[in-house]
Design a protein around this ligand. Sequence first.
Ligand code: FAD
Ligand code: NAI
Length: 473
Amino acid sequence: MSTKQFDVVVIGGGPGGYIAAIRAAQLGQNTACIDEWKNDKGGPALGGTCTNVGCIPSKALLQSSEHYEQLNHHFGDHGITADNVKMDVAKMLARKDQVVKQNNDGIVYLFKKNKVTFFHGRGSFVAAKDGGYEIKAGEEVIFAKQVIVATGSNARALPGAAFDEEHILSNDGALRVGAVPKKLGVIGSGVIGLEMGSVWRRLGAEVTVLEGLPTFLGAVDESIAKEAAKVFKKQGLDIQLGVKVGDIKTSKKGVSIAYTDAKGEAKTLEVDKLIVSIGRVPNTIGLAPDAVGLKLDERGAIVVDDECRTNLPGVWAIGDVVRGPMLAHKAEEEGVAVAERIAGQHGHVNFNTIPWVIYTSPEIAWVGKTEQQLKAEGVAYKAGQFPFLANGRARALGDTTGFVKFLADATTDEILGVHIIGPFASELISEAVVAMEFKASAEDIARICHAHPSLSEATKEAALAVDKRTLNF
Ligand code: FAD
Ligand code: NAI
């Protein structure tokens, strides 16, 4: 029997894993977390993809580049002008690294505060033993009564075009480009493509996005996707849909991408750098699932039921390594729910009310069903929409792009989906999530007093629009 024994061992210290470890410890479980991420000095860097090369650094760069864009193109409207505006990319990246480090350090502090034992290194299954599992944690072997696997995901590469992070960039390289490329190519007009494409476009790169599907943002409500396409085009993002990417060649000069456009014409795109953002694959590298017979599906995701139970007793899996949306907050919710289930409580995740946000400018956020989904499902619904152009706070901000859209059940008026494109959509969507969680009707939102002047009044007005009684439009 190994020396160190734990009630719960979490493999992976991303948002799913570290939150699961904290919640398990809060519930009185003797808990360990194993994470292998290394910082530049070889030390631990807790927080996983999200903290190190995902949510946090991308939002830091989005903020810096948005300030630059505002100063260059929008502050003039406020009477603010500046000569000789410069972008110091090295400083911007250093600030981003500092923000990441604050988050890494914050998790170390939280582990200490909650008495979570941390092992820096790889975690892998050794064997099932004595009603639990032997787990290799770096150089040691420890024993776990219950295991939570939260090993996340990795960027998907195009066949024949491996990431070199110099010319062909994954999300990792896309966050570390040392100078603004003159020409940037992006393959995939999904969330990463749009966010990272926006960063480098704002800083002056000529950005071309090649998307395989004929529809732009197919998972987003059609009217929102249409508005987004219009705005991004105006901003200068060249998004080409329905393309078929062929050979990709790198040279000292950059990257050459052969592709066929939507009309079937053969074309070549020459760029300095290429970001490939065509989705992510679940990560079980180094986990040794075979050592214990942990079942994976054909995509390499760990097979779990609705409550994150795997095929093995006492082994759970959460976050990007299992089915469902690859989002940090989804991973966190699953982590909390599993920790609570282990402690005998009734953990709960409502997959119908997980919000999505794309942090472009304007931001895009939604929760629940899209109009095209409701049509396909044959649900009778009512729609209401309100433009930010008619909102006083948006006018004062100087940011009137977009609208809020409500979809409610035609009979019961229950809110079925809320879709926002516009300023601070990421914050505004929370009201809709709360409302849907409590099964509110559009009328409920319409009758709630919202502060004036605030962007949230657009939410209230969109709810009023469901009943065709907007007051300010
Ligand atoms: P991860 O965060 O991937 O963490 C897994 C951890 O496990 C890593 O630290 C890894 O090193 C470690 N690990 C793996 N295998 C082992 C092993 N065998 N032993 C020890 N350690 C191991 N989501 C949002 O909700 N909002 C956003 O704004 C957002 N922005 C994003 C931007 C980008 C550029 C990217 C790439 C992703 C973004 N995401 C965002 C998605 C988000 O990062 C993921 O959904 C989230 O990180 C998943 O959390 P996780 O805990 O499942 O896995
Ligand atoms: P994505 O799934 O969002 O988009 C991938 C896009 O690439 C799709 O539009 C797809 O049609 C296209 N594509 C796939 N193969 C292609 C090919 N061979 N040629 C051309 N186009 C192709 O994936 P992305 O952008 O890589 O992001 C991965 C995940 O990370 C997201 O799905 C999301 O879960 C998460 N994420 C979340 C963010 C947020 O919440 N704000 C930000 C960034 C990432």
